[in-house]
Design a protein around this ligand. Structure first.
Ligand code: HEC
Length: 127
């Protein structure tokens, strides 16, 4: 590959996400949406009360872990004393079974960048 495209990709990857302009934010959101479609949607709906293998994620942010009515959680999720926010989601999505040992969510975890994108998406889409 010629050097210039490689350099541009490198710059793009290195761009600090915290210095997010509006356009950058939109792009993160779109990437988060794609990630959600590929990695989460098969087991999670965003519609209220619609449970698949996993519970509906509607109203997720600010909600207590394991608290959605009509969904049969594992004992560890039911007993969990966490509120879902960017920080707890980040830990859970890094390695669900390390954060909540015995959880029924079988998931290998996402890298830091993907987590950031999908959490950003969830912060909006689960309202
Ligand atoms: C293979 C199915 C599956 C996939 C894929 C999956 N989940 Fe889950 N998820 C579950 C199950 C099952 C539970 C309930 C776990 C339990 O009761 O221990 C759960 C629980 C959760 C919870 C806790 C919800 C609550 O009400 O406390 C969150 C948050 C969550 N998943 C987010 C995600 C996100 C974000 C993704 C994609 C990155 C994802 N999940 C991918 C099956 C899945």
């Amino acid at each position: 590959m010629p050097l210039l495209p490689l350099l541009l990709i490198g710059l793009w990857l290195a761009a600090p996400a915290t210095a997010a302009s509006a356009a950058e934010g939109d792009r993160e959101f779109a990437q988060g949406e794609r990630l959600f479609e590929r990695q989460c949607r098969g087991c999670h709906s965003l519609a209220p009360g619609v449970h698949r293998a996993g519970p509906s994620l509607h109203g997720l942010i600010g909600r207590r872990a394991g608290s959605v009515a009509g969904y049969d959680y594992s004992p560890i999720l039911e007993a969990a004393d966490h509120t879902w926010n960017a920080a707890t989601l980040d830990r859970f999505l890094t390695d669900p079974d390390a954060f909540l040992p015995g959880t029924r969510m079988v998931f290998w975890g996402l890298d830091a960048r993907s987590r950031q994108h999908v959490i950003r998406f969830l912060e909006h889409a689960t309202r």
